[in-house]
Design a protein around this ligand. Structure first.
Ligand SMILES: [Zn+2]
Length: 286
């Protein structure tokens, strides 16, 4: 395994994978978990031995499948803030020009996952790529829905990203159903709550599997306490149920999980000790 400052290479079966740290941004836990107050949060972090930290990474995943180079999610894009949306420079540092990306897969239609699809004029940043997305998630966001449960300014921001990063690229998108192997070893699994048709991805090669958990989980505390919903969960109750179910399933199979907002590189397994589930990051030095 190889750790560079902003990327991390690992293997899943025969697949060469690369984590790309698109954005490192400060994030107070009070903002992330608005329903958990300061002292209560301190108590939870102590109780479950969750490290403190005020950053929220946004990471993308690159996978080589034979001749194909597949990118999963595209981060914030370059227009947000200085230091955000570093996907393309990091790809170049790893010797990968944007034109070499054949395929882009989008887990859900939120700005920090679609922002790097296109430049400010809606021109694709991966000119040779075809794009894949779960059909229902595409239909939902591209209808520019009026989201009463979300603050107005957040909705406007979400719609602006959809107008720039999804709609102009319609002809490049193949819209697929869940549980269909749309690329060798890769399927969407519908995991609703954070967004109505939010998907995680199951990636397999030989006997090995990787769960791309997308925004099912944002913070290691949610492994022990899946009922803790975050700012931005569209339907918090549904998000809780989905999270609890998938975390429990993943602990039983001991599969490798990539959590794109966890501390870099976001790879680990879910340990079960009695009734307690905890996040066990992989050892990046081995
Ligand atoms: Zn996200």
């Amino acid at each position: 395994m190889k750790v560079l400052e902003d990327s991390f290479a690992f293997k899943v079966g025969d697949l060469d994978c690369l984590v790309i740290r698109d954005t490192v941004s400060p994030m107070d836990l009070d903002l992330l978990f608005p329903s958990i107050k300061g002292k209560e949060m301190e108590g939870l972090l102590d109780k479950y031995h969750v490290p403190r930290g005020k950053v929220m990474d946004v990471m993308c995943l690159l996978i080589r499948i034979g001749q194909q180079i597949v990118l999963i999610d595209t981060g914030w894009g370059v227009n947000k803030q200085p230091g955000w949306g570093r996907l393309i420079p990091i790809l170049r540092n790893n010797g990968i020009k944007p034109e070499r990306i054949n395929t882009v897969v989008i887990s859900h239609g939120h700005p920090d996952h679609i922002g790097g699809n296109a430049d400010a004029k809606g021109k694709p940043l991966f000119p040779e790529a075809r794009y894949f997305m779960f059909k229902k998630e595409w239909d939902f966001w591209t209808s520019l829905p009026d989201l009463k449960q979300i603050e107005k300014w957040v909705q406007q921001e979400m719609h602006a990203y959809v107008r720039n990063n999804l709609i102009p690229l319609r002809e490049r998108f193949t819209l697929v159903e869940e549980k269909t192997e749309f690329l060798p070893g890769i399927k969407f699994i519908w995991a609703p709550g954070h967004s109505p048709y939010h998907c995680i991805l199951n990636i397999s090669s030989g006997a090995e599997q990787l769960l791309y958990s997308s925004d099912l989980i944002h913070h290691p505390l949610q492994i022990a306490r899946p009922e803790c919903s975050v700012f931005g969960d569209f339907n918090p109750e549904q998000a809780r149920r989905t999270r609890a179910k998938i975390i429990s399933q993943s602990s039983k199979t001991n599969m490798l999980v990539f959590a794109c907002h966890f501390p870099f590189p976001g790879l680990g397994r879910i340990n079960k000790n009695g009734d307690l589930l905890t996040w066990q990051p992989i050892n990046t030095n081995s």
